[in-house]
Design a protein around this ligand. Sequence first.
Ligand code: PMV
Length: 333
Amino acid sequence: MTALKATAIANSNIALVKYWGKRDERLLLPANSSISVTLDDLYTTTTVEFGGKRRADRIQLDGRELLGEERTRVVRHLDLVRKLAGIKGKARVESKNNFPTAAGLASSASGFCALSLAASAAAGMGLDARNLSILSRLGSGSASRSVYGGFVEWVKGHQRDGSDSCAVQLADETHWKDFRLVTTIVTSTKKKISSRAGMRETVKTSPLYKTWLETIDPDLKAIRKGIRQRNLTQVGEIAEVNCLKMHATMMTTTPRVLYWQPATMEVIRSVVDWRASGERCWFTIDGGPNVKVLCRAKDARRLARKLEGLKGVKKAIVCKPGQGARLSFKHLF
Ligand code: PMV
């Protein structure tokens, strides 16, 4: 078989109304819909080549050979693409993040979206955005949202086969020019509990989980309106409380799912205090210790410097709403 090669770039996304918990573990169907913003400065580039004389898939991330569970997840996704495309060749995959992997900067979102686009294109599939979102979802739930730029909703869907559980774009990356998200990095080490395992335990054991689900629809409605009207106070308030509700379900899980570090609390405290003294800033936190701060364009650099001055904060990166996943001619090998 002749080698078939493609390269894709997918940006990371940060949820403003979070996805936490599945209704179907195998098809990665979420218990609730979620809304995110795709970020311009955090992305994954992935090249996939099928065919040649390879006897096994060879997968590298940031120059390191993937092993164990990480490798199995990627191979399983490649198997799915091979099955859908009706091809057999083994793959060489090289992937590069421009940010620390698995530190709560949503590397699985950009990673599985870039892998899905590169692999499906290399296999000659030419998927439309909806089907690319569904394929990405099957690698990692949050990856379904990175297909689109700007503000994106992953609609949970109702079908048992997951055919209606995919992302839709609410507004593109040019809609809200004044929106910024400052990502702080408090640690770049890999988290101990994966989102997948954490969610599973939360759904099973947190006494707050049912209440979390009951509050999702009003949050989605309010965030959609806030995005439409470019109302930072509304979007910030809802995103901050939604994130605290999600972390409350994690903290009340058995065994505990505790992602926060002392520096996480330091940033939370500071954002709340700064806001009380007139700053326009709100925080959100995914499944990890790093805090993201929502703010206006004109305040972003100053806030980033203030955040970098806090104990335990290594770096603060200013991001704008970014574009959706796309193919590139610059192959990594
Ligand atoms: O799909 P995963 O495994 O990347 O899980 C994402 C979970 C959160 O980041 C905490 C929330 C979200 O909606 O992105």
